[in-house]
Write a protein that binds this ligand. Structure first.
Ligand SMILES: C[S@@+](CC[C@H](N)C(=O)[O-])C[C@H]1O[C@@H](n2cnc3c(N)ncnc32)[C@H](O)[C@@H]1O
Length: 230
């Protein structure tokens, strides 16, 4: 079955309302300085200038939306490096605002498909991968568009170091069941849940995202999954 790694196209919107002047300036001036280079290896040395062999732990967020989770985590862990990918222009502008306001020196961004960056990272180079409220594509015939599918998960698995963590959050019941089924069939990830509260209550160090807040406001349930790469 095809999935995002073979489809290689973005289905969501890439632009919303026109950017305010300040946001447009962030895209023009700050984004080029923080962008993941278009070519070549991507590691802590090329991104953050770390000395060879002394690279910081790297975190990768797939589809960071408006960037509040990425910025919060980067602020919490200033010695770690954060890479986020998101094709939605307005979201990237919002994330750049967080980076500027928080004086975050440890964030790099890619405006586009997360898979393009993920596949260029060295194997076993990531400490954390985040996939929060991915587009649910609830219709069965669109299931192949879901990020939780063998192709993208194989990439996440290859890029996480053993012991690294994959965090997945969703407010969509179809996606929740789907993720439990797909992840449950994988030998390379261990589900870090001992009781229901481990996936019903937001774990510490997992700040709320915009989509999570919206789901809660609208009275929907949210599920939090943590998997350790074996
Ligand atoms: C429902 S939103 C959730 C945003 C954010 N994670 C949150 O929780 O608020 C899903 C996001 O995934 C992004 N997205 C979809 N496909 C993507 C891809 N291949 N690479 C990176 N981001 C992607 C969309 O643009 C959208 O912003």
């Amino acid at each position: 079955m095809s999935d995002p790694t073979t489809l290689r196209r973005l289905y969501g919107r890439s632009k919303g309302r026109p950017l305010r002047a300040g946001q447009a300036a962030l895209i023009e001036e700050l984004l080029p300085a923080l962008s993941v280079p278009d070519e070549g290896p991507i590691d802590a040395r090329t991104l953050f200038g770390d000395a060879e062999g002394h690279g910081r732990p790297l975190h990768f967020e797939i589809g960071f939306g408006a960037g509040e989770h990425l910025a919060h985590r980067a602020d919490m862990l200033p010695d770690h490096g954060f890479i986020g990918a998101e094709p939605f222009l307005n979201g990237v502008a919002a994330a750049l605002g967080h980076v500027r306001d928080g004086h975050l020196a440890n964030v790099r961004l890619h405006m586009g498909d997360a898979l393009d960056v993920l596949e260029r990272l060295p194997d076993a180079s990531l400490a954390f991968v985040y996939l929060l409220h991915p587009d649910p594509w609830p219709k069965a015939r669109h299931a192949k568009r879901r990020m939780v599918n063998p192709g993208p998960l194989d990439l996440v698995s290859a890029k996480l170091a053993p012991g690294g963590e994959f965090r997945l959050g969703t407010d969509d019941p179809t996606y929740c069941r789907w993720a439990m089924m797909v992840m449950g069939g994988r030998a390379d990830f261990e589900w870090l849940a001992e009781s229901a509260k481990d996936f019903l209550a937001r774990p510490g160090g997992w700040p709320e995202t915009r989509y999570e807040a919206k789901a809660r406001r609208e009275g929907r349930e949210v599920w939090y999954f943590r998997y350790r790469r074996r």
